[in-house]
Write a protein that binds this ligand. Structure first.
Ligand code: GLU
Length: 308
């Protein structure tokens, strides 16, 4: 059993990511599994310089550990290109010269804009170009690569939420213009190469899973179990954002909140403890059970943390 923590270094770890990483770590470690750390440092354009070190420090501070070296996507570009090339050779992906905005928006982990609501790609470039070179010659534009989707649904079993319909809409980008992989492809290539068997992440990424499953199948790679846990939201029930104040771990630290205070608080939010008391992630292992995590989004009240 191999789990993973896959932060994009887009800023600082906040209450929500900390909770997700804690659950991912507990789920693997509680069954004696290993945990990998992969820094998704090409999941742009939200990447911030210096955020990698901060993310690693925050995870350590929380009391989470991982096995072996830290993986960085920026050093694995050759692998992503090879996978994209394989898809093209199989006729499953094709060059696409549609607008930069559309391609870029489609290419990073879609936390903010739910693809369910986004426009479906009209298939404009399907069958138009035989290669990236031809696309460039004919249009004078750099091309991205798009994966052909010929199904409407990819049903799957989620380890937390049970059977999912797995709706999927339209051809999606697997390689951005310029050659960097889209999030959807990078995450599949990495999880497979690192023999990850369980992907625990927040359920705002649930709409990405059917696309990732199609890529596993197209590339002939073994699929992990997907486990989507609910988001931590603000007291108003909305996605954690600036309006909820500073919920970064660094901020709590400055306010004198200790890591065991924070973990104890996350344990209550996650249904793992009935009452607030400082504890370490390791202390939560003995009776950890994912089924105790509430199915509804949980409301994080940062003020509750200062009360002690
Ligand atoms: N790196 C992605 C993010 O933090 C998550 C990737 C994943 O868990 O699949 O947005």
């Amino acid at each position: 059993m191999v789990g993973r923590l896959a932060p994009s270094p887009t800023g600082v770890l906040h209450l929500g990511n900390a909770r997700t990483f804690l659950l991912a770590w507990l789920s693997a470690r509680a069954r004696g599994g290993s945990v990998l750390l992969r820094i998704e440092d090409i999941d742009g354009p939200r990447i911030k310089p210096g955020a990698q070190e901060q993310t690693i420090e925050d995870l350590r501070w929380l009391g989470l550990d991982w096995d072996g070296e830290v993986f960085r996507q920026s050093s694995r570009r050759v692998l992503y290109r090879a996978a994209a090339q394989r898809l093209v050779e199989q006729g499953l992906a094709y060059p696409c010269v549609c607008t930069r905005k559309e391609v870029d928006e489609a290419a990073s982990a879609p936390h903010e804009s739910e693809p369910e609501d986004g426009p479906v790609y009209a298939g404009t470039c399907r069958g138009r170009f035989a290669s990236l070179d031809q696309a460039r010659r004919e249009t004078g534009r750099e091309a991205a690569l798009r994966f052909r989707v010929d199904v409407g649904r990819v049903p799957f079993e989620d380890g937390f939420r049970g059977p999912q319909e797995g709706r999927i809409r339209g051809d999606f980008v697997v390689q951005k213009r310029g050659g960097d992989p889209a999030y959807q492809l990078a995450v599949v290539v990495d999880d497979a190469a690192q023999a990850v068997t369980e992907v625990v992440r927040a359920d705002d990424l649930l709409p990405s899973t059917p696309r990732q499953l199609l890529l596993y199948r197209a590339l002939g790679l073994p699929e992990p179990l997907f486990v989507h846990v609910p988001l931590v939201v603000g007291v108003d029930g909305l996605r954690l954002a600036k309006r909820h104040g500073d919920t970064s771990l660094a901020h709590f630290r400055r306010q004198g909140v200790s890591a065991p205070d924070l973990v104890g608080y996350l344990a209550v939010l996650s249904g793992l403890r009935a009452r607030r008391a400082p504890c370490t992630p390791r202390e939560l292992l003995a009776d950890f059970d994912l089924r105790r995590v509430p199915v509804q989004p949980v409301r994080g009240d940062d003020h509750a943390l200062y009360g002690g």
